[in-house]
Write a protein that binds this ligand. Sequence first.
Ligand SMILES: O=C1OCCC/C1=C\Nc1ccccc1
Length: 475
Amino acid sequence: MATTAAGGDNVLLVTDSYKVTHHLQYPPNTTNVYSYFESRGGKFPSTVFFGLQYILKRWLCGKVVTKEKIEEARELYELHFGHDHFNTEGWNYILEKHDGHLPLRIKAVPEGSVVPYKNVLFTVENTDPKCHWLTNYFETLLVQVWYPMTVATNSRYQKEIIAKYMDKTADTFDKLPFMLHDFGFRGSSSVESAGIGGCAHLVNFMGTDTIAAIVTARKFYACNIAGFSIPAAEHSTITTWGKDGEQAAFKNMLEQFPTGLVACVSDSYNIWDACEKLWGGALKELVSGRKDGALVVRPDSGDPPQVVVKVLEILSHQFGKVQNKKGYNLLPPFIRVIQGDGISYESLGDILENMEKNQWSAENLAFGSGGALLQKMDRDTQKCAYKCSYAVCNGKEVNVYKEPITDLGKKSKKGRLSLERMEDGTYITKEQGTGDPKKDLLVTVFENGKLLRDYTFDEIRRNAELPLLLERTQN
Ligand SMILES: O=C1OCCC/C1=C\Nc1ccccc1
């Protein structure tokens, strides 16, 4: 597809085919279509709203309609339908009347907000009465916010689990931002989605190997360095030394990276021997002599809850351990463990629970997560939907809704919506225009081609922070 003057791709092509025919299907003289987005429920009771800003900046801001794009779309849709259904006139109107800027208003809850499901998260409406057909043309694109939202949500619920065990077994929360590291780049469906999902994870954490996330945060969230990593081995950099060369490979890691943290996958042959005879044997002085930074042993196979505790036990036999103020065991500061295999929201707790049962503090360990962090989810995980709730047809206001007798769970909200917060902090969605505009938490983030609110990553991280952690910074 030829990219056009605006440099981006052709946003007229970023929709579902059937939507190209919808301008012919609304009631005659429809002047306003107003739609909203919500999570209807799903795996997690609340969602972290994140990623709309990326979509707005990437696709909708500025002069996104041009003569070339209209022509390219017309020609493609003619071939695609074998008939000319494309709203050439409507798009030319936008080009002429609005200089190619989209006459839409989008109001959204601030990025990073944690909102219980069945609450309005953003609304979309046309600002030009001749462009009622535009509101739902971009449903396809806007609903893709399900992905960063669901990654940020899944990641934050893992942060809650880890924080709970840190609260119980660790002396500080200091390491929490680095306790769940993103290993998910290769398991993502594309470089773009790795960037979006990786960025969503970084709303809650600071550790990542998904470089695309760093780039996305720079480009769309004005964050120069949104995440950090450390030198680490992979199997090839160990196994190329040969089975008898594992000690030399390990020694090389300690010598190439003499200060700071360095991680080393240690299960190529026998993780137990690696911990006892290599790290805690032949290389014991090199490990215990490390200044300002630990060797991080990485198991990568076996049953995670069992393997983690056994590795901790072996390492403590070789290097000793101390009790922290909570009475839980802690390895010396120059040695830690990272478990990057089989980590998910479902499995995290089992590992931490087994550690706790064996008197190990959570702060001995960090996690790495890949596919479960960035890929193992879909739009249904949080039941994300975009529905029309209000329209004006022939000058008559209509509260629009669906209420399928075959699934009342799919019932949609009516009328113009606003999001308010009660005294006790709970969110409530006001329907049918009953909300108080002064109390509406929905912020106009986009209007007529302009981004009106540009959230910084720090702001978003603060909005999403766990209450448990916010209290800490208060007292
Ligand atoms: O071991 C580690 O310690 C902490 C730094 C990252 C790291 C491993 N990274 C990784 C990335 C993608 C797939 C698998 C591992």
